[in-house]
Design a protein. Structure first.
Length: 200
């Protein structure tokens, strides 16, 4: 299937996840992420992590679970602040004192922006709906993170998380498409760029 068809399909699937199942799936993904930190210790040793904040009406993955864990481990967290006119993202510092509000699209963002250089990001969690077995992703189609990643250090580790098992292939990918290095589902971790991960 192409990206547009997959986008509609998995938005619908995700919205239909029952509440109790949704809560359990979030914790299952977190448990899989802890396996990544255990087996790839050089990722866990990083200091700066960028995470998206979930849009609850779309049943996005609850990244606050991950953020709380990383803050307890003394990691530095940054989150996006979206500029919808320029389809760009500001990289903002986040800690337990950060006040959030929803923008008109239902996205949580810091009320007071403390912009952090993108060059500091070492690990980035990229929002997606589904990924394929080559690490290509289907997002919401706006291109925010495609632009954002191009501004990051080339060694930044890109992690994607999905409630669903990856599909075989997204048929309309191209050479400039953003791919992830690690994909996490509720019961499995997929590593797409072992050379990059091992050489960190």
């Amino acid at each position: 299937m192409n990206k547009d068809s997959l986008r509609k399909k998995y938005i619908s699937y995700r919205k239909k996840i029952p509440k109790n199942e949704f809560i359990q799936k979030n914790y299952n993904i977190f448990f899989q992420l802890r396996k990544v930190f255990f087996y790839y210790k050089k990722i866990y040793e990083k200091k700066y992590y960028h995470l998206f904040l979930p849009i609850r009406k779309y049943n996005e993955i609850n990244t606050f679970i991950i953020i709380d864990f990383l803050l307890k481990k003394k990691k530095y967290i940054t989150v996006p602040y979206s500029n919808f006119d320029q389809l760009s993202i500001d990289n903002c510092f986040f800690d337990k004192k950060t006040l959030l509000q929803k923008n008109k699209y239902g996205i949580y963002e810091p009320i007071y922006k403390r912009v952090i250089p993108i060059s500091l990001i070492e690990v980035i969690f990229i929002p997606l709906l589904i990924f394929d077995l080559k690490g290509y992703r289907v997002g919401y189609g706006k291109g925010f993170y495609d632009k954002f990643i191009n501004l990051c250090n080339k060694n930044t580790i890109k992690i994607g998380m999905s409630f669903f098992h990856p599909i075989e292939k997204i048929i309309d990918t191209h050479d400039n498409d953003l791919s992830i290095d690690i994909g996490i589902t509720t019961n499995k971790v997929f590593v797409f760029n072992k050379f990059k991960i091992e050489k960190l």
